[in-house]
Write a protein that binds this ligand. Structure first.
Ligand SMILES: [Fe+2]
Length: 425
């Protein structure tokens, strides 16, 4: 370009510098690199000898260096600012020439030696909407020329852009800090919540000499079946909790009834069978994230043929979570010793499950359960059920599966052969 007006040339140069700065400030680079290269750009634009950028820490009321060029031992130059100092700096608004301006040096509490070290010529306050964010010092120009009014105007625009970046960054940091705090709080509460529920489950099972670990196993079986039925994460967590608490009503039942190995009297039977309703009374007062938990406790002795208790619900009137719970609860009852009978063999359990398909158990839930067992035996699923079984039972179950006992299971052609008339729950 020939014979161009030097002011126009300067303006174009300034626009270029601003565009470059804007690109730098909005880049995806690491914050420290962005700040550093922004400072370098300012120094380069004005052909200055030195420069430094300081960030204000609102909590400690100090400004500390975050970038510098041409200054040694900059890290020692952390300055404590008084409240009124911050207010005065905010009121400065625009960059100021501090040559022979002792008032400014005094204002920011910087000794003459420090100013000498910085060779500071211009002080640029970084302020966004009355929020003081930091300071930039830049030194003399190499040419020793004074900073012009245009230079000061350009520095003012540059400072505003950098201040906005610092402001966004400190907001983001505060937000991240709050997020971390809330996350920790949530994790603590979550641990307390799960620990409490596990403690309840252990207390429930402790009432029954035969059901050690029953609630924990039922919880795991339920989650495995629900997962096979593609339930959501929230629902899986819900049914896990429901499994741990389904028998909570037993807390109110006399221990001697729960552990009785002789047939129960009519009144004892009524008392024992009241545990689902008591469980519902307890759990319906608790606000769980998944609302079905109390209902599952109430209905876990319902049957799809309507012959269960306490409400005699039938078929589709029974929620799917209840059907899963019924199967998980019964499977655990059948595969472990009870006061009134020893554990059934795996082959007997499978026969009972098939025989009661459509009566006590829902067909889809049973098929999903068999599907998981098959997948675990053939190594297609991470084992969730097999590790919870007694070794001998797990061994028998694997043999049954490998012999094809449940591979060809078709609920409509369920085997008619019955085993001895065992109580299933
Ligand atoms: Fe029960």
């Amino acid at each position: 370009m020939q014979n161009t007006d030097p002011r126009l040339e300067r303006l174009l140069f300034n626009l270029d510098a601003l565009a470059e700065l804007g690109e730098e400030l909005t880049s995806q680079k690491d914050f420290n690199r962005v700040i550093k290269s922004s400072l370098y750009m300012i120094i380069g634009t004005f052909s200055a000898s030195k420069g430094a950028m300081f960030q204000f820490d609102h909590e400690q009321k100090i400004v500390h260096p975050i970038a510098s060029k041409g200054i040694v031992n900059i890290n020692d130059m952390t300055m404590k600012l008084k409240e009124e100092t911050v207010e005065e700096i905010i009121s400065l608004k625009t960059p100021i020439d501090i040559k022979n301006n002792d008032k400014v040096a005094l204002l920011i509490g910087m000794g003459k030696a420090d100013l000498e070290k910085l060779k500071a010529r211009i002080l640029i306050p970084l302020v966004v909407r009355e929020d003081f964010l930091g300071l930039i010092f830049i030194g003399e120009k190499f040419s020793r020329e004074a900073y012009t009014k245009d230079d000061i105007r350009l520095l003012s625009v540059i400072a505003h852009n950098i201040a906005v970046t610092l402001h966004s960054y400190s907001l983001l940091k505060k937000l991240m800090h709050k997020y971390d705090e809330n996350k920790k709080l949530y994790e603590n509460l979550s641990h307390i919540y799960y620990d409490t529920i596990h403690a309840f489950a252990t207390a429930i099972d402790a009432k029954d000499a035969y059901t050690k670990g029953h609630s924990h196993r039922v919880s795991a079986y339920c989650a495995a079946i629900a997962s096979e039925m593609t339930w959501s994460h929230k629902e899986l967590e819900g049914i896990r909790i429901a499994g741990l608490l389904h028998d909570i009503g037993k807390i109110a039942i006399d221990k001697s009834i729960i552990n009785k190995d002789n047939p129960l009297t009519k009144n004892e039977f009524i008392e024992l069978n009241s545990h689902p309703v008591i469980g519902y009374e307890i759990l319906s007062r608790v606000k769980f994230p998944w609302t079905e938990i109390a209902k599952i406790s109430r209905c876990h002795h319902e049957r799809v043929d309507g012959k269960g208790y306490p409400d005699g619900l039938k078929g589709n009137k029974i929620p799917c979570g209840v059907k899963i719970m019924t199967l998980a609860d019964s499977f655990d009852a059948m595969s472990t010793d009870r006061p009134y009978r020893p554990a059934l063999s795996a082959s007997e359990v499978l026969i009972q499950l098939k025989e009661n398909c459509g009566k006590q158990f829902d067909k889809d839930v049973l098929q999903s359960f068999f599907s998981i067992i098959r997948k675990e035996v053939y190594g297609e699923n991470r084992p969730a059920i097999l590790p919870l079984l007694r070794d001998s039972f797990a061994y028998q179950l694997k043999s049954e599966v490998l012999n094809g006992s449940i591979n060809s299971f078709n609920p409509s052609k369920s085997r008619r052969k019955r085993v001895a008339n065992h109580t299933i729950v």
